[in-house]
Every structure is written in C-alpha cells, then in structure tokens.
Ligand binder design. Structure first.
Ligand code: XMP
Length: 522
C-alpha cells in the first residue's frame, strides 16, 4: 500500500461521541463512520485527560434519559469547551449545553414525541442546516431550551419547540432538539455531513482499504516476530480477524478450531477443507464433540447450558494452547458494539441471557491480547471482509450464537436431536437461498422441540418431536418481527422436512416478535 494512504489512516480527522445514556448513541457513531470519518464513543464520565488526548476534530453530545433540570444529572465536562473544537449537542446534549453556557431549560408541558416539521430561519445562514429547506424530524423530549445562552441564535423552530436548533456560529457550538441519527429524520445524514465536513473540516479517511492498512501496520508493529494464537469459530468476526492477522504476519498466526459438535451441517468441513485451505491458514483442530455432549447430558436449563459450554470452551482452548508454549499473543474477534455494550453494562445489572464469551482467556493463558476489530461495527467488519476478498456468501451470513445448536435443541442436548435440527436447518437454508429469500430476512433457523406429537407416515402412526421454523426481520437484533414468508413457501419447507428428516411429526412457524419473545428459543 502506498505511503500516503497509510498516513491517511492515521485518523487525524476524527470525532468524539460523548454519551449521556441515550439508546441512540451507537447510531450516532455509525452515522459518522458511514460518512467515511473515524469516531469514537466515550461515556460522559470519561476522564477529561483521555478526552483531551483523543484530540477530536469535533464532539457530538448524545441525548439521554435524564432531565437537566435535576441538579445531579450528568453535565458536559469542561474540557469539551476548552478544546475549542466544534460541538453538536443532540436533545439532552443541547439542553446541557444551554444550561452550562448561561441559557435556561424548562418543562413547559409541550412534550413532543414523533414527527415534527421545522421552519428554518431564512434570515440566518446556518452552516449546520446548509442546503436544507423544511426539515421533517424525529422529536422525543419533555424538556426544552427556553432561553438562549449569550452569543447563540435560533436557526429553526417547530410548532411546539421554539428553540429547535440553536447555534453560536463564531464559537462553532450547535444544538438540535431532535434526533438526526434516527432513520425517522430523513435529512439527518445531510445534517451530519454539514457538521462533519463543513463545520469540523474532516476529510474522508475511513475507507475499507485505509482501515485494513491501519490494522495490518498496527499488528506488525505490536507483535513483531512473535506468534499469535486465535480461536477460529467459523463466524464472520473470527474469520476476518484471521485473514487480517495472516495478512500482517503470515505463518506466525496459529489458529485453533474447537469442534464441539454444535455447528450446522457441513460447517466444519467447509471451514477446514475450503476456507482454511484457500486462505492458507495454519489450523489445529481439536475434536471435542464427545466431551461437550457428555458434559451437556441431561442439562435442560439454557443458562446452565451456556455456562457449561463457555467453561468447556475455555478448558479445551487452554489445553490446546499449552501445545504452543512459545506463543505470546492471543487474538480475539471483539467488535466495537461488544466494547460499547460491555462499557454500558457497567451501569446496568439486568442480564437477560449471559452471552457466550471467552473474556477470561487472556488472563488464564498469560497472553497479551490483540483485538484487530475492536474499533469496528459489524457492517464495517463485513465491508472489510469483502475488501479482503472473502466470498460475499461467507461474509453476509445470518448471525449464529456462540453456544451453537445447543440453544436450538430445547431440553436435553442429544446427538439425535442435534442431527435432526441440523438436517432440518439445512433444508430451510437451502430453500431460503433457492427462493432468493436468505438475504431478505435478517436471521432464520430451526428449533428442535422435545415435545412429541402424533402424525401418520404412510400407513404407520408416528409419535415424534416437532421442528419450529424461526425467521425474523431486524436491524439491530435488539428488536425483531417475524418475517412474512409466504404460506406456500413455508408449506414447501415443512413438506421437505417431514419427508427428508426422520422422526419429525410436524413443522410449525413462530410468529412472535421480540419483545416479548427473544430471537433464539433456548
Ligand atoms: P436473542 O435470542 O437474545 O438474540 O434475541 C439476539 C441475537 O444474538 C444472537 N445470540 C448470540 N450471539 N453468542 C452470540 O454470539 C450468544 O451467546 C448469543 N445468544 C444469542 C442471536 O442469534 C440473535 O442474533
């Protein structure tokens, strides 16, 4: 890669998102990254020295669930205004800015939730609202700014919110009462473009090629001649991690693949005999199928299954890793949403499902950790995967949970049940692909239900378990709705499953949304 491209990836043009607890703060970061500009997310309680050291070209303050009228609610750290860079406050961020700079906020009982039309102040030329006329925006607030801080002007109003956009052009401070980051604000992208490029003066440097360059250079610098160990699962994140590290250090990368027997049909074979060969990866395969099955025997409770699998995974990995005493580094496919979620979960104790993770590994193995995807969102990981030459079909696969089919066999996990759900799932996936539906749904799979029901096959009575089909549409997997697959299609899949998979009495389709249901049945 040419030298000028490498220096572009230095991320000298970058934004900081300071989070005040908004459910949308990840979305803000994604909107900025989609524009080709690097940004990082930090809590509003971050150490001011860290904020300063980040040297942002601009700062965006997120919304938040609290009210600035409460004296103990979070405030904008002083360093934000001392850095003398452009600041955009969104909703709570705007209100905090107003209060802290000498304005006022009130609750005038004109809460606005939903769409609102903004009238732009035609007399003032606003850099933030450049090339916009009337804006349709998404509001979600009880409080609002009632008095402007000194030096600010109103550049847009809605029917219920007089100060919908405020700005101090000379100090480059901006506040919007609405949420430009959500898709319900159609011109939100334009507003971010104006802030990021016109106001902060950022350049587009966050492209797949630059990111790859940046990561590869970083890995080489970090590990030098050392060897790196990576647990390969077959999932997108670990595969892209492997390819990046391999690109950086070639044969110094050693991969371990734990065959726990909870994968989909032909999965291990495809990974080991096609992908790995094609990519020239050095893989040690650990056949642990019997061990996983025996430890899971008779276990019905899903949380217990998750814990057993998580623990076993670590044990097997540790055992195999000991074969490579000279290795100093452990690589993991952690992505940015994992980083943000774990930072956020520090404030929330409500765990719905304990996710499969191997977070305890580096400490136990006394290895240094390397996480090349730590700064990337899933869609960025996918784009990089494609830019690295990985096949589209491998990169744009539906998510698959770490504990695998153990979550999709309800009740005790047996070899027979796993084989049944594997075959049924293969048929469902094959039909989704054939009918050009696979990429139209966000996730689809089969679930094995251990309840038996009666059927007739030929002239014989069958008393056998049930398969449930699950297909959902979702943008972030936090919420989901059941996919509207046609009745004809579902009937066809059901017919194939009954005919081709032994010992299934009937097939049902799950039409529950999330919430209240989760996507996996467990
Ligand atoms: P739920 O079932 O919580 O799932 O609605 C949301 C999304 O997360 C996936 N999932 C997991 N992914 N490890 C993972 O890597 C896990 O332990 C795990 N559990 C659920 C699930 O498939 C869905 O996409």
């Amino acid at each position: 890669m040419q030298a000028n491209k490498t220096s572009n990836a230095d991320k000298t043009h970058k934004l900081l998102i300071l989070d005040f607890g908004s459910q949308y703060s990840q979305l803000i970061a994604r909107r900025v990254r989609e524009l080709g500009v690097f940004c990082e997310w930090m809590s509003c309680h971050a150490d001011p020295e860290i904020i300063k050291a980040f040297q942002p070209s601009g700062i965006i303050l997120s919304g938040g669930p609290e009210t600035v009228l409460d004296s103990i609610s979070p405030r904008i750290p002083d360093v934000v205004f001392e850095l003398d860079v452009p600041v955009l406050g969104i909703c709570y961020g705007m209100q905090a800015m107003a209060i802290q700079l000498g304005g006022a906020v009130g609750n005038n009982h004109h809460s606005e939730f939903g769409h609102a039309n903004l009238n732009l102040n035609a007399k003032l030329s606003s850099p933030l609202l450049k090339d916009m006329t009337n804006l349709n925006v998404w509001m979600s607030h009880g409080d609002q700014v009632t008095h402007l801080p000194k030096g600010f002007a109103i550049t847009a109003s809605s029917e219920n919110t007089q100060i919908a956009v405020m700005e101090n052009k000379s100090k480059k401070l901006y506040g919007v009462q609405f949420h430009p980051e959500v898709t319900h604000t159609p011109d939100g992208k334009k507003l971010f473009e104006n802030f990021v490029f016109e106001i902060c003066g950022c350049e587009q440097n966050w492209t797949s090629e630059n990111i790859i360059d940046h990561i590869v250079t970083d890995i080489r610098k970090k590990v030098g001649k050392d060897k790196v160990l990576l647990g390969l699962s077959g999932g997108v994140d670990s595969l892209v991690t492997a390819v990046l590290i391999h690109k950086a250090i070639g044969a110094q990368l050693v991969c371990i693949y734990i065959d726990h027997g909870l994968q989909r049909l032909q999965e291990s074979d495809y990974l080991l005999n096609h992908q790995a060969r094609e990519l020239d990866l050095n893989i040690l395969v650990s056949d642990a199928q019997d061990w996983f099955l025996s430890k899971l025997e008779g276990v019905e409770e899903p949380e217990q299954k998750r814990k057993i699998i998580g623990r076993l995974f670590i044990d097997v990995f540790m055992k195999e890793a000991k074969r490579f005493p000279s290795i100093k580094w452990l690589a993991q496919g952690t992505i940015y949403s994992d980083v943000i979620e774990s930072a956020k979960s520090g404030t929330s104790s409500h765990t719905i499902k304990s996710h499969h993770n191997v977070g305890g590994l580096p400490a136990k193995l006394h290895l240094k950790l390397i996480e090349p995807l730590r700064e990337l969102f899933k869609d960025e990981v996918r784009k990089i995967g494609v830019a690295l030459g990985l096949p589209y079909k491998d990169i744009y696969r539906h998510p698959f949970p770490g504990p695998g089919l153990a979550l999709r066999v309800l009740g005790p996990v047996t070899k027979e049940a796993l084989d049944t759900v594997r075959k049924a799932d293969f048929i469902f996936m094959e039909e989704l692909h054939k009918n050009d539906l696979y990429h139209k749904v966000s996730q689809a799979f089969c679930v094995f239900l251990p309840v038996k029901s009666v059927g007739v096959v030929g002239d014989a009575r069958l008393y056998a378990p049930i398969i449930a089909l699950r297909a959902v549409e979702s943008t972030d997997f936090m919420t989901a709705t059941s996919a509207h697959l046609s009745h004809d299609f579902l009937e066809h899949v059901a017919r194939r499953i009954i005919n081709e998979v032994k010992n299934v009495s009937r097939v049902v389709y799950d039409i529950t949304s999330k919430p209240p249901a989760t996507i996996e049945w467990e």
